[in-house]
Design a protein around this ligand. Structure first.
Ligand code: HEM
Length: 440
């Protein structure tokens, strides 16, 4: 007699609505692809990020064991609440595909062929291309010397020009200049239009299918990008890219569009790392000493990189990692059907005081000597075959930017008020953060 298949535990309607209201909607409202400053401020004020973690804590207590299925009509979602489930899902991109229908509907607005949305041999080729260009296994990118010159010039310039006060609006244009120079070369330094075009497309992506495709703008943006790439300017990723094996299938401008987009949260992380450091005087002393000692080798700052990774643990810029099952999967608690959407909510694992003693403390030492993708269930850059290929490049550039500011100025945090004795807030609103700078 055939035994009946058991499905994994299914949440009640009330619990499902609770997760939608407290986890999914606030995350979507903040903007997945471009943050909405007003909603970020509201989220900080109402402590919504903390509420989301608490909602999932309650879910884990009520449904102990493996994943919990939220029976959303037409699109069941499984939410992972156990460390070992995160490890299992991230270790296999064939069964647990990164190219989910939701990601495709959002990112089709500006990068429909990026590796993240690709499947089969297309995914393999594009993923390899990105990994080789970004030197994913290498803590110090081979072009680091050229990149460090760019970071030093731009960060020195903002300290000189900031007029004693640094805030997000002063920092971000300088960060974008770094990004365009690193990716496309000095010829793109002042091309704000390129960044603006991408920002409009990213805003459309925030609405996924609810926003019509802006095909003309997208075409213009990709042509614009191609013009910059054609220069293959020495010292930029564009030059290195030109030397890699590629074909039409590589869809190079889609991959590069993703780099430009993904460098935005890297800038947020650099800025938040500076915030955390200035709120923790003892840690700041260590960071500044390292920065001063290694002024001519900013690509190699172990402690400051640990600070960047810890900042991403506290404030993950990709808080939700999505996967989709390509086939039925057996779990201890039952079966997960094919085409189930899977959600890993990183703050649940990163900021859960029931699971980690240092949940709300800035503790960079935990990352010293560790790789960005080996402290599961901490997944700031994800892990496994779908891990971020820029997991070393981002901490390298962000730590260098922070170091350069620290060698140029005394930095005092004005807003927000943070104390090393108090638990850190669940949201760190970079848009309203400001510092006083005194040039050294
Ligand atoms: C703070 C900065 C960044 C963070 C936290 C981050 C994090 C992540 C995460 C979590 C993923 C997996 C996403 C998923 O599975 O849905 C990912 C994928 C990816 N990231 Fe990043 N990323 C950052 C910056 C960058 C930058 C600057 C680049 C390029 C220069 C980049 C290139 C990529 C690519 C190409 C993928 C897709 C990988 C694949 O197809 O398997 N990321 N990133």
């Amino acid at each position: 007699m055939a035994t009946e298949r058991r499905q994994i535990k299914t949440a009640s309607l009330a619990d499902t609505l609770g997760v939608i209201a407290k986890v999914a909607l606030p995350t979507l409202a903040k903007g997945i692809f471009v943050r909405r400053p007003k909603v970020v401020a509201l989220s900080a004020m109402l402590n919504l990020d903390q509420r989301a973690v608490e909602r999932l804590q309650a879910l884990r207590e009520k449904y102990p064991g493996g994943p919990v299925l939220l029976p959303i009509p037409g699109r069941p979602q499984a939410i992972l609440l156990q460390d070992e489930d995160v490890e299992r899902v991230l270790s296999d991109t064939e069964v647990f595909m990164p190219a989910t229908a939701e990601k495709i509907s959002a990112l089709r607005h500006f990068e429909p062929h990026v590796s993240l949305l690709s499947r089969g041999t297309d995914r393999e080729r594009r993923r390899r291309f990105n990994g080789e260009l970004l030197e994913e296994g290498c803590p110090i990118h081979p072009m680091a010397t050229a990149f460090m010159k760019v970071v030093q010039e731009e960060m020195t310039a903002i300290v000189a020009e900031a007029g004693g006060k640094l805030d997000w609006d002063t920092f971000v244009p300088a960060w974008y200049r770094i990004v365009r120079r690193v990716v496309l070369g000095d010829g793109a330094r002042d091309d704000d239009q390129l960044t603006d075009e991408l920002e409009k497309l990213r805003s459309a992506a925030n609405w996924a299918l609810l926003h019509p495709r802006r095909d003309k703008l997208n075409e213009r943006f990709h042509e614009h990008l191609q013009q910059h790439l054609s220069r293959a300017e020495p010292g930029s990723l564009a030059a290195r890219l030109a030397t890699l094996p590629q074909s039409e299938d590589t869809q190079v401008t889609d991959q590069v569009a993703h780099y430009l987009f993904a460098f935005d949260p890297a800038g947020m992380t650099a800025f938040r790392t500076l915030t955390l450091l200035t709120a923790h005087p003892q840690t700041l002393i260590r960071a500044r000493a390292e920065a001063q000692e290694r002024q001519n080798a900013l690509q190699d700052l172990p402690f400051l990189r640990a600070c960047v990774l810890e900042c991403l643990r506290l404030y993950p810029t990709t808080p939700t990692i999505f996967r989709e099952t390509s086939e039925e999967v057996e779990w201890e608690g039952g079966t997960l059907p094919a085409n189930t959407h899977i959600l890993i909510f990183a703050p649940f694992f990163h900021r859960n005081e029931a699971l980690r003693e240092d949940a709300h403390r800035f503790n960079p030492d935990g990352w010293l000597g560790a790789q960005p993708d080996t402290r599961l269930p901490l997944v700031p850059f994800s892990a496994g075959p779908g891990v971020c290929p820029a997991r070393h490049l981002v901490p390298m550039l962000a730590s260098a930017a922070v170091a350069q500011i620290l060698t140029q100025a005394e930095v005092e945090l004005l807003e927000p008020r943070l104390s090393p004795q108090e638990p850190l807030p669940a949201t760190l609103d970079n848009f309203s953060t400001s510092f006083r700078l005194r040039r050294l």
